[in-house]
Design a protein around this ligand. Structure first.
Ligand SMILES: Cc1ncc(COP(=O)(O)O)c(C=O)c1O
Length: 244
């Protein structure tokens, strides 16, 4: 970001996660909405931000659909993508929403386990609520505050989720599953070593679901996995964690 010319102000409040960064950015924006521009990299926040980000990201699904059809002569049986706020998933899913035969799976972070308080599985364990100007599923504490959330992937630790994902879950059009930190790490290493592709830790959640699911499918069935980002940013962290 600095190379691109940004001034970076680290967030120190609360749990110093994405939720707190969004709170701070909103506060700054509201000081002078005439002259500031608010920008967010996920499909969250008040209208029209989820729609804007969805429409920009939809190019991923449009291109993936075309490439898959020309390479395989058919559509994939499954699409999968990780879900934090949900932009890479919506970006992939949008082009396929009318293809009823294509099943879609969003993968949320189960962190250290769904039976602990160290996860960020908003659609899986959250309840309908409001956060950052949108109505969606929310992970809340007993007194109605957004829950401190955890994932090994810093881009997935958000206690809300894009409103369209909440809608797609309620419709039953998209299935939302989870992968733990450990499954994510295993998938990170497996994809790196088998394919030479080092995925972001966020994307590794989707890879983990695909690795878990592929053995249950027949050999002519296909899964299209969205690799939302490269793992360069996570390489030092993973190397330290695994003592490499
Ligand atoms: C590489 C990568 N993938 C996925 C995400 C999660 O965001 P979203 O759920 O909006 O796609 C992030 C967030 O920072 C990210 O950096």
């Amino acid at each position: 970001m600095k190379i691109l010319g940004c001034d970076l102000i680290p967030v120190t409040r609360g749990t110093a996660t994405l939720k707190d960064a969004v709170d701070s950015a909103f506060e700054e924006y509201l000081k002078d909405p005439e002259n500031f521009i608010y920008a967010i990299g996920s499909v969250v926040g008040p209208h029209p931000f989820p729609k804007m980000v969805r429409d920009f990201q939809a190019i991923i699904g449009t291109e993936a659909r075309e490439q898959f059809l020309s390479r395989h002569g058919k559509l994939p049986d499954y699409l999968t993508a990780c879900v934090g706020g949900g932009c890479n998933a919506i970006g992939l899913f949008t082009a396929f929403l009318n293809d009823d035969q294509v099943k879609m799976v969003g993968v949320e972070p189960a962190g250290k386990g769904l039976d602990t308080d160290k996860h960020s599985a908003t659609l899986t364990l959250g309840k309908p609520g409001q956060i950052h100007g949108m109505r969606c599923y929310v992970l809340e504490t007993e007194d109605g505050e957004p829950m401190p959330v955890h994932s090994i992937a810093s881009g997935l630790d958000y206690p809300g989720v894009g409103p369209q994902h909440a809608y797609l879950k309620d419709l039953g059009r998209v299935q939302y599953e989870t992968a733990t930190d450990q499954e994510c790490l295993d998938a990170f290493i497996t994809l790196s070593r088998v394919e030479g592709i080092i995925p972001a830790l966020e994307s590794s959640h989707a890879v983990a679901w695909a690795i878990r699911t592929a053995p249950t499918l027949s050999t002519d069935q296909t899964i299209l996995v969205n690799i939302s980002g490269r793992g360069d940013k996570d390489a030092d962290y993973v190397a330290d964690l695994l003592g490499l």
